[in-house]
Write a protein that binds this ligand. Structure first.
Ligand SMILES: Nc1ncnc2c1ncn2[C@@H]1O[C@H](COP(=O)(O)OP(=O)(O)O)[C@@H](O)[C@H]1O
Ligand SMILES: [Mg+2]
Length: 243
């Protein structure tokens, strides 16, 4: 029996026969606006409600904005931050600004991989995290693509050593078919791809599980929606692109 971590994302766990195998590091890959950040936040919040502490490493949005966006979906993390089961790592502000001064975990420079690992490790230890989301790992190596695999492997060793199940959010271009580059695609334990496609002048959202070590998984592309309660996947509906 594979031990699994439920994402709590409606309809998604079914695609994996009940969740992500524990300790897997999964790339959540997609273009802009495809719902990657919401996916990660929903995964973390569900964990919190089940007593599974989590860490969100914010590289792309201000932590204050993330808390606000999560609150709007009904995911109020304040309580969990107060009881020390949730930590937001600020790898966005560089410690600059009034709001940044209130953050507990602040990264001065994301170009310093050593500091990055240390701060993430400290946050994990502080809340005894079981779930971690890095949003996004792409930001870590935008300026040094040849380092992508090495950074991912360091992250993998660090997270696996602590029994973490993690989502690594990966940005790809709007029409790009890949998942973030060969360095990361092959090293990740799983790949979930989110898409937005324009068809007859309207955008459609879809999701597909491309890879998941340790388990069989659904092989179809499914539609999903973003609602006021977050992401809802429709496992019984399949997209065939025949119109
Ligand atoms: N309350 C909401 N209801 C429906 N859709 C929403 C809501 N909030 C955000 N969205 C959608 O989510 C998108 C942003 O999702 P996000 O996870 O930030 O994307 P990504 O991280 O992939 O760039 C928005 O462009 C919008 O389409
Ligand atoms: Mg995002």
């Amino acid at each position: 029996m594979v031990e699994r971590v439920k994402t709590g994302i409606a309809g998604f766990d079914e695609l994996l026969y009940d969740g992500i195998p524990v300790r897997n590091l999964v790339l959540v890959s997609g273009g802009p606006g495809t719902g990657k950040s919401i996916f990660g936040q929903q995964f973390l919040y569900y964990g919190l409600t089940r007593g599974e502490p989590g860490v969100l490493v914010a590289l792309e949005e201000h932590p204050a904005q993330i808390r606000r966006h999560m609150f709007n979906f009904g995911w109020d993390v304040k309580k969990y931050e107060e009881e020390n089961s949730f930590a937001l790592v600020d790898a966005f502000t560089g410690g600059i600004g009034e709001f940044a001064k209130r953050e507990r975990f602040v990264m001065r420079s994301i170009d310093d991989t050593g500091e990055f690992m240390d701060v993430v490790r400290a946050a994990i230890k502080e809340v005894q995290a079981e779930r971690v989301v890095i949003d996004s790992i792409s930001t870590l190596y935008l300026s040094k693509p040849i380092m992508a695999r090495s950074i991912l492997m360091q992250l993998k060793r660090m997270l696996a050593g602590q029994g973490i199940t993690g989502l690594l959010i990966s940005q790809v271009g709007v029409a790009e078919r890949g998942f973030g580059g060969p360095g990361v695609e092959h090293a990740a334990d799983g790949i979930v791809r989110l898409d937005l496609d324009e068809y007859k002048g309207r955008l459609f959202r879809s999701i597909i599980v491309w890879k998941m070590r340790g388990t069989p998984h659904d092989m179809h592309r499914h539609p999903f929606e973003i609602t006021d309660e977050g992401i809802v996947v429709y496992p019984e509906k399949i997209i065939t692109w025949e119109g």
